[in-house]
Design a protein around this ligand. Sequence first.
Ligand code: FO1
Length: 306
Amino acid sequence: MIVMLAGGVGASKLILGFSKLLGPEQLTIIGNTGDDIELLGLRICPDLDTIIYTLSGKVNPATGWGIGEDSFDCLQALKSLGGPSWFQLGDRDLATHLWRTSLLREGQSLTQVTHSIGQALGVQYRLLPMTDSYVPTYMVTDQGELHIQEYLVREQCRPILRELRYSNIEQAQPAPGVAEAILKAEAVVLCPSNPFISIGPILAVPGLQELLVQTEAPVLAVTPIVNQRALKGPTAKMLKELAYAVSPTSIAEIYKDFLDVFVLDERDWELREEIEALQIRVLTCNTVMTSMEDKINLARGLLEML
Ligand code: FO1
């Protein structure tokens, strides 16, 4: 059984690759919920939804998030009422948030709700939220403290980042099934996701890093930095502003306490020794996933290495 720690769009590409090679009983995904937001009274879980929409074939291929060919009538109507319209919520996507919020209000846990939404959309793979608690990430910036979605979407990552705050995390526990999955895994894969806003919140759940140390399974991380650039999103900008070099080596350093294997892109092979000096094994291959074939090849390559 492979366990994947996953953020949003980058992660869902590799998850899709694995899903073409492994059955539902062979893959468990632990999803980031640090980017969850409560907006208009609704609980929105972008990373969980990105994974569900990707695995169900519903995702918007142009953005990698949201539902393909969705309409935005509700958002337009909301805008005309003077409501917030900076967060693009499609009409069909809204149904997911309405239903999730309603089930949570009835007393179901996020784990239960995520399972039932996944099932309803035909997703057989096990997707667990990292925790059932609401633990939104806040970005401490030169413009003050911003919710992660305000920083990413409304402010387009322009503010300069000083630090991150994983709110309410001290009270959180790993969601049911998370500890067991990690301890029983044959391998744990950290997806090529942002280490601060996608994987960081998962690692900040109390007890989670200890589980990664404790498990007998090899823990692998796939680089989100290739050729000194982030594959997607603001990872490079965040590394710089938090005083790290924009290099795969920084990612390996961030994970070094529990990491066994770092998967470096073949374009960066010369960094191999630098990472091996951190007592981490290094494997090199193509990690850039543009086509479906790339996604499957990377997943197959990882399985063969394992
Ligand atoms: N990303 C954007 O860049 N702009 C948006 O308006 C936006 C809306 C949105 C709505 C639902 C959803 O599930 C995701 C959405 N995203 C949007 C993506 C999201 O901000 C990021 O992908 C993650 O939070 C980071 O992993």
